[in-house]
Design a protein around this ligand. Sequence first.
Ligand code: GDP
Length: 443
Amino acid sequence: MAFESLSDKLQNVFKKLKGKGRLTEADVKAALKEVKMALLEADVNFKVVKQFTKSVEERAVGTDVMNSLTPGQMVIKIVNEEMIKLMGSETTTLELNPRNELTIIMMAGLQGAGKTTTIAKLAGQLKVKNYSPLLVACDVYRPAAIKQLQINGEKQGVPVFSMGDGHSPVNIAKAAVEHAQKNGQNLILIDTAGRLHIDENMMDELTAIKEAVPVKQTLLVVDAMTGQDAVNVASTFNEKVGVDGIIITKMDGDTRGGAALSIRAVTGKPILYVGMGEKLSDLEQFYPDRMASRILGMGDILSLIDKVQAEVDEEKARDMERKLRKADFDFNDFLDQFAQLRKMGNIGDLMGMIPGMGSKMKGMEMPDDKSIKRIESIILSMTAQERSHPDIINPSRKRRIAAGAGVEVAEVNRLMKQFDQSKKMMKQMSGMMGKKSKRGLFN
Ligand code: GDP
């Protein structure tokens, strides 16, 4: 997952701040110097870093912060707010025409950035929202690209329009519009040719397509792993072709995260989506506030809830959201969540989204199926009353539960401790979550 190292460093800085009852101006300055270093090491654009730390310092060195009861927390709050601002404040969604009109989206990007994959991911998401997509193969220079688009289209159950490599991209785009109109498709996603590096011909071709057909949105796909190169590519594309939104791919990889933190500030264009894996379901809407809390190690409980919701029925997800907010879950919920988590696959990724878990899980074994089964068997050895009222579990009950599950009492104790910690963590979070609850999570 991206940002791991940045996240660790920032949390260390914050830990020091929180440990102090009072903060002097020098304390804040020293902390911000460390924040600055951490951002630079994460490959954030240096101008962006400079502006960012300046804004934080201006706000943090004010008397309100210094005199507050919890100055450390106030500084963290300011860093969080400024980081959200850096990434665009508001969530920007893809602009589409009403469903009775045709919407044309053109995808651009360098070769290997993830264009073809992302088109198929996006088509899948929009299909679910009752659009009828048509993928258009305008990369006439690489026959493999056409083939790949066809394979991905087939996986998503979305048709692909191709005229092979004997026509110009402009003519293909025009013919695709006619084709869509004849066949009742209301969404065209154009896959364009990427090159290894930016070149004039590629830019001219994109401009020509835009002039030939009414492109509603030009989306630029960039690879997070390329760091500041991604930011430079985005600036150039935006100047030469005009970009409406950016999609950053490979955010699941071991990237330092600098692109995601700089691209909006440098180009002025919003990030719409992030690619979180090679699977065609791994595309997430980009939320600046959620990303900031992920980076600051406050977890990303909202994305976790979205993910859960995509896999489980809405009622269960709502129930889970309510319980997490109120921290009033019991062992029955634990059991339920294990079953859901297993259904969703990679538990490690999900754990990283839980507040406080990101750094705690590091170096620790992720719970595998076997240890989850042991935990399940412990919970299943509890009576119904014990599961819903864990506080009644005294030492003699623990001995009985351990014997029933065939484990040592120490293991039961460990589970009880984990359970208490989760509750405490959720309680801490619920204060911060208060504001967000007004926003509809499920629409
Ligand atoms: P294109 O040349 O821009 O069309 O790029 P492709 O769509 O062919 O993608 C290049 C490689 O990146 C492929 O191996 C994809 O599976 C991979 N890829 C694309 N998006 C992601 C992502 O979000 N995460 C990861 N891990 N890999 C991705």
